[in-house]
Design a protein around this ligand. Sequence first.
Ligand SMILES: [Fe+2]
Length: 266
Amino acid sequence: MKLIHVTDTHLVAAGEKLHGLDPFERLRLCFEDIATHHGDADLCVLTGDLSDAGQTDVYVLLKELLAGLPMRTSLLLGNHDHRQRFCDVFSNRPRDPNGFVQWSELTSEGVLLFLDTNAPNTDEGVYCQQRHQWLREQLAQHHDCPVYLFMHHPPFDIGIPDMDALRLRNCDAFAQTLAGHNDIRHLFFGHVHRPISGQWRGISFSALHGTNHQVPLLLNKDPDNGVFALCQEEPSYGVVLITNDMTTVHLQPFLSRPPIYYEHCE
Ligand SMILES: [Fe+2]
């Protein structure tokens, strides 16, 4: 199975700038690169902060841009998104029985679980009792099947104080729910605007640059000093290859592609 991972697109109206950059043009270039080089992927997953401010017209714009991708897409919510406005525009997208934008998808390699960690009036991730109950049921239903998790907020600290202040709340409760399944293969997340990989409580994980602005690797910054650090490192998307015994995540920058050259070997 081949997946594309895109995150933190922070889309604003076409032609508008965000942090001195053009999110619409960057996302257009990102999708163009994916369509050109990875049109055979099974699915493209966007792990939240689809919009910068949850505006209805921006979700309409995103819908138009998504039409340029040849594969199916899965759209998750981030802290910058607005659930109701998203659902108004993407009314045919799946939701759980309580209206949260989370669902499961059974594939040849296992079950993909897409989680909703959005809550109004906070940038932290929230996973409430209703969502925990839905996740417990999904894990029980698919107890004999490998699980791949997709969510916006990481359920752990990553060592960057600015971001750790805004991670998922109640990480221990989330870990306890996941403990109900013994074959969780990988956790894909966004929010941190940086490429990060590792493992948490035995579960491997990966995150990516956003398609617009990034978060610098500042490990000792005071998160309460009234400013949030951003930077303009080059964006990338992820190309994920999944087999029954391996998950591989490739990072692909897309703003420019240096020419490939070939060296003859003996
Ligand atoms: Fe973001």
